[in-house]
Design a protein around this ligand. Structure first.
Ligand code: F6R
Length: 589
């Protein structure tokens, strides 16, 4: 989704090269997904902009030296992918630039209320907000002008303005994330905390309804409604830049899969201190709803099976469908939100809905200070490090590992859960380094030209089958569909013909004979059977061995299918890090 990065340095800084700082900041945001980008700088008493359709990649900027710059990567919502629609937008006086994340729901009404002499250059809702601000700036100073403008916007939005009249940036937000970075003789603002990594580890996470005024020396935060000055909390982040670097790998997806042994070893060390608050609220709750989107939903489904098998009432819910449980929520219904980014709009909406009912909110997220992290009453940070590849890998594995530890902790068997996770860390390492790696690559070469695949699994293997199909679809563009092991014969088996690849995921002795029956049924229709299982069987045409680690077998099984999806993508000549049409952080509906 859209990304924002801006910097303000000292006006007398002769070396200030704000346009390049912003360009590099935008490159850090590339992973979020976008289709055009642009930068505005203050140049004397005017603003100069540069905008492009397509990827930043190795782009350089031709903008002159400047001490203030404001940049944006756009993922089109209102208006097509054109350089005119790319942000920043410029007002009629060429002295005011605006970037925007979110959707101004009432932009039509606002447009009609504007003076009739504005010239519009784009089809965006953003430009309406800009001209509204332009009108307010005629009679007000920048802070009250932005305040008043922002209060008229309906929807979940974040805006940042750069005015050539001052040495300042002004931002306001409601819903869309913004983080201020506090530097030396410079201050920054970005839609994504990771983008600040090269400049500072001291940040202020802006809350909804707050406005930030940044100069090179001072950051002032205001309440948008009352206009009062606030005393924001500064957070010092503990991160290592190398966590986000590609190193010896070809793609981030490959690198992030290889990060998994470390991530798992770290989670194996999570002790009762870090897990207790969550296990206590699960114990207290009458029911736990696990809510997530995409891969995070499949992790939620894994959690549902797991908690049920550890005698806790639970239900996985797709974030965008969580309205269906709204009426059932009360103080005894725990809403456990799973989200790598902690910014997914459907999750944030689900939180607000649950809070209205007084339901407690818990979070499993990977981003400290994310909206989910800040809104949750109880939280566990996955500590998987930044995920740059669009497809989630290590954060998914981290969620499985934390859920397993929680399930064991609920029954006072945390040490056994810990052992399973530390064993899975070792098994994943040997998978990545051993002969399985070669087997997976050669399997991908055999499968790469197929248009369709099916994946089945029962019990805990079912969510893993779902995740398998999603990973294959998103990075290789092969149509893959997952079914519960017993479901295929109720209709979809009609699609299986000679040579159709059918992945059978079998991770549990109790489902083994049924898994093999499903494999035989598919084979009888011509399916080529790929067994990803804890034991081999003659029905399998190809076999990838999964170590038997009870519930934690799901972890190495997932690593196998992530590698398979990655290899399929590479074998088909695609870039697995940036699948078409997808965005890393889905902050609009
Ligand atoms: C799939 C994938 C997505 C995300 C989903 C939720 O590989 O990455 O399906 O899992 O968009 O994102 P988060 O976890 O950030 O809420």
């Amino acid at each position: 989704m859209c990304g924002i990065f801006a910097v303000v340095k000292q006006a007398n800084d002769k070396n200030a090269d704000a346009a390049n700082v912003v360009l590099e900041g935008l490159k850090r945001l590339e992973y979020r997904g976008y289709d055009s980008w642009g930068i505005a700088i203050k140049n004397g008493d005017k603003i100069v902009i540069e905008k492009h359709v397509g990827k930043i990649g190795q782009a350089k900027t031709n903008l002159p030296q400047a001490h203030i710059a404001l940049g944006h990567t756009r993922w089109a919502t209102h208006g097509g992918v054109t350089s005119k629609n790319a942000h920043p937008h410029l007002d009629c006086t060429q002295t005011l630039a605006l970037v925007h994340n979110g959707i101004v729901e009432n932009y039509q009404e606002l447009k009609e209320s504007l003076d009739k002499n504005h010239t519009f250059h784009s089809e965006t809702d953003t430009e309406v907000a800009l001209h509204l601000l332009e009108e307010k700036m005629r009679r007000l100073k920048s802070v009250p002008a932005i305040r008043q403008t922002f209060r008229q916007l309906i929807g979940m939005n974040a805006i940042i303005a750069l005015s050539a009249k001052g040495d300042e940036l002004i931002a306001a937000k409601n819903g869309s994330p913004l983080t201020v970075g506090l530097g030396n003789n410079a201050n920054y603002i970005a839609s994504d905390v990771w983008a600040l990594m090269d400049h500072t580890n001291k940040v202020i996470f802006l809350e909804d309804g707050q406005l930030a005024h940044l100069t090179a020396d001072i950051v002032t935060i205001y309440d948008i409604k009352t206009g009062k000055r606030l005393s924001p909390k500064t957070t010092t982040l503990d991160w290592q830049t190398e966590q986000s670097q590609l190193g010896k790998f070809h793609h981030y997806m490959e690198k992030e899969i290889h990060d998994q042994p470390k991530v798992l070893a770290n989670i194996s060390q999570f002790d009762t201190g870090s897990l207790d608050p969550l296990t206590k609220v699960i114990t207290k709750a009458r029911k736990t709803y696990l809510i997530g989107c995409g891969s995070a939903y499949f992790a939620s489904l894994f959690g549902e099976y797991l908690l049920k098998s550890h005698n806790r009432d639970s239900e996985a819910v797709i974030g965008s469908e969580s309205g269906k449980i709204a009426r059932l929520l009360n103080k005894q219904s725990l809403n456990l939100m799973l989200s790598q980014s902690g910014e997914t709009i459907d999750i944030i909406e689900a939180i607000d809905r649950a809070k209205l009912k007084g339901a407690p909110i818990a979070a499993l997220t990977n981003v400290l200070g994310s909206t989910l992290y800040r809104k949750a009453d109880h939280k566990i940070l996955l500590q998987a490090g930044q995920e740059v590849a669009v497809a989630s890998t290590k954060a998914f594995i981290a969620k499985l590992a934390v859920l397993i530890k929680i399930a064991y902790a609920l029954n006072n068997r945390l040490s056994q859960g810990t052992l399973l996770i530390s064993q899975s860390a070792k098994e994943v390492r040997s998978l990545l380094e051993g002969k399985s790696r070669h087997q997976i690559k050669s399997l991908a070469t055999k499968l790469k030209d197929h248009d369709h695949m099916f994946v089945v699994g029962r019990g805990l293997a079912y969510p893993i089958a779902q995740e398998t199909a999603l990973k294959i679809k998103e990075v290789s563009y092969i149509h893959a569909e997952a079914y519960a092991g017993g479901e295929l014969k109720h209709g979809t088996i009609a699609l299986i013909e000679k040579g159709t690849p059918c992945i059978v995921t079998s991770l549990d002795k109790t489902t083994w004979s049924d898994d093999i029956s499903a494999a035989n049924e598919m084979k009888a229709r011509g399916g080529v059977i790929i067994g990803i299982a804890c034991q081999n069987h003659p029905v399998f045409d190809h076999y990838l061995a999964v170590p038997d680690l009870q519930e934690a077998s799901a972890i190495p099984a997932t690593t196998i299918v992530q590698l398979l999806a990655y290899d399929l993508s590479v074998a088909r000549g695609l870039n697995p890090d940036k699948p078409r049409n997808l965005a890393k952080s889905v902050t609009v509906k």
